[in-house]
Design a protein around this ligand. Structure first.
Ligand code: NAP
Length: 248
């Protein structure tokens, strides 16, 4: 009997794969058998090395999601793809009363518009090939909560949760499952400012039932599951991987 958690023979594109959660997802998918295309706005060579060390196969590609339409065009050249992980994201902090239009637009372009445009292009190709596929979007606790001083990030991540559901509805009958993983507080560049602030860091840690910050590999496991045959009937879900934060 074949292992329903293995994804041998698939081709997976992971955005923002040069570091942090995206890098861990790339390694996790490769370890489960996928050929991984690690996409970043700068080199993902380190990720490809880690993939190879894990016994997997991978390659890197450079594209900038600040221009979602051009990035979607770049996706076409990488077909056929079976898995798309929309992981790349940015955060800009400022009081909402002072928040600049430029920060709003930059965050929305990378965190939401690019997710839609890449998903649309991926689905168009998969539907054309009658192949099905898996899309996993990286959401956030701020897909559910408001946060502080991150208005564009919160709006974009609420948007990611909604987009996950509508695309799941439209594409389920085409064999394309669309899900999201909502990471809790994970130790990456994204949360460096929080971890460097002793007061905020202690407040956050004190509220996490698991009693520790998450590791990028915690997210990779959930994403790999959602890309596997074992999750064939899972679509439209936003899976919290947060050490219990939202349950508290
Ligand atoms: P990270 O270390 O800052 O990684 C973000 C990734 O996105 C990097 O590879 C970054 O590339 C890439 N990226 C940013 N702008 C891009 C652009 N214009 N074009 C292409 N790639 C771009 O943060 P992370 O924590 O791993 O974040 C990964 C995802 O998880 C994000 O969507 C984030 O919102 C989400 N998330 C993180 C946490 C957490 O606690 N860490 C919690 C909830 C959700 P560069 O290295 O070149 O900047």
């Amino acid at each position: 009997m074949s292992d329903p958690f293995r994804i041998e023979g698939t081709r997976a594109l992971v955005t923002g794969a040069n570091t942090g959660i995206g890098q861990a997802i790339a390694v996790g998918l490769a370890a489960a058998g996928a050929h991984v295309i690690a996409a970043g706005r700068r080199s993902c060579a380190e990720t490809v090395d880690l993939v190879t060390q894990a016994g997997g196969s991978g390659e890197e590609v450079t594209f900038d999601l600040a221009d979602p339409a051009t990035a979607a065009d770049a996706l076409d050249a990488l077909e056929p793809l079976d898995i798309l992980v929309n992981n790349a994201g940015i955060i800009r902090r400022d009081d909402s009363v002072d928040y600049s239009e430029a920060d709003w637009d930059d965050v929305m372009d990378v965190n939401l518009k690019a997710v839609f445009m890449l998903s649309q292009r991926f689905a168009k190709a998969a539907i054309g090939r009658k192949a099905g596929g898996r899309i996993v979007n990286i959401a956030s606790l701020l897909s559910f909560q408001g946060g502080i001083r991150v208005p564009a990030y919160t709006a974009s991540k609420h948007g990611v949760a909604g987009l996950t559901k509508i695309l799941a509805n439209e594409w389920a009958a085409k064999g394309i499952n669309v899900n999201a993983v909502a990471p809790g507080y994970i130790a990456t560049n994204n949360t460096e400012a929080l971890r460097d602030d002793p007061k905020r860091s202690a407040e956050i840690l004190g509220r996490i039932p698991a009693g520790r910050w998450g590791d990028p590999s915690d997210i990779a496991g959930a994403v790999t599951f959602l890309c596997s045959p074992a999750a064939g009937y899972v679509t439209g879900a936003v899976l919290n991987v947060d050490g219990g934060w939202l349950a508290r």
